[in-house]
Structure formats: C-alpha cells, structure tokens
Design a protein. Structure first.
Length: 151
C-alpha cells in the first residue's frame, strides 16, 4: 500500500517541479488525494499564486490519484495527461490545496476493463482547489494509461 510519505518522496524525486513548488501530500488513498502548496514558491507579480502553479498542483493531485488506484489494482502503466481545462474562480492568496476523487465507480470499472483488454484506456479526473476554506478553482483532466510493456 502506498503511503503519504511514499507518494511525497516519489513526486519529489520523479517529478522535480513538485519539490520546487513545495508540494506536500496531505492525503493519499485510493479514495482521494489531497496536496497542498505554499504561496511563496508559486507567487506571481500580483502576490497571488501563479496560474501555472495552481494548474500544476491540480494535475499532480489527479495524476497521483490515478497512480495510486492503478498501483492498488497491481497494474503498471504509463500515465500521461491528454487534455485539461482549468477554471479559476478567485485569486489564490495563501497556502492552497488540490483534492481529487473518483466520483463514479462505474467509470473506473469501465476504465480498468478497457485498460486490461486493450492495454490503453482514458479516464477523466477532476481536482478542486481551495484556499482558506474557499473553493478557488477546478481542474478537469483526461488521462491516458498505457500498459508499461506496450509503451
């Protein structure tokens, strides 16, 4: 089972931007992933979080959830983002979080079935951003998992 400590070490070593951005793993289960990042290494000229940083943390949260769920299924796949949309509702002025969950179990089951049968599948994962207990943005991403032996 993957722990918070394992996931944080993995992200910092394998996706170095996460370390530079000060990303911290707060929760890491197959039911959800929650990451946090401070303002200071992600600040822009307006003294708010740079939009690219917010998007990167949201992507990392969604990617991490997919990574954990595939590990839980004992499936080794390459995970790549295919397409994404980021909506910013308010400026992010402090430490912020990005939380991802799989909302529909039937979608997950279809994804796993397709991946096992075709060695490739696509799934949509959302991530919600919060700052000071207020929703400040939302990410919607489509990720593709490719069987590591065929990749």
């Amino acid at each position: 089972m993957v722990t918070v400590r394992f996931l944080q070490k993995y992200l910092h070593e394998r996706i170095p931007i996460s370390k530079a951005m000060g990303v911290e793993v707060l929760e890491a289960t197959v039911d959800g992933v929650k990451l946090a990042a401070p303002l200071s290494p992600n600040i822009n000229h307006r003294e708010t979080v740079f939009g690219g940083s917010a998007s990167a943390v949201a992507i990392l949260s969604a990617w991490s959830l997919l990574y954990l769920r595939l590990k839980n299924e004992n499936i080794n796949s390459r995970i790549v983002i295919q397409r994404s949309t980021m909506t910013y509702e308010y400026p992010i002025t402090d430490l912020f979080t990005a939380s991802s969950v799989v909302c529909d179990p039937s979608v997950w089951l279809k994804f796993i079935t397709t991946l096992k049968r075709k060695n490739r599948a696509r799934v949509k994962i959302n991530s919600i951003l919060h700052c000071n207990e207020r929703k400040v943005g939302e990410f919607e991403g489509y990720f593709v998992a490719i069987d590591s032996q065929t990749a």
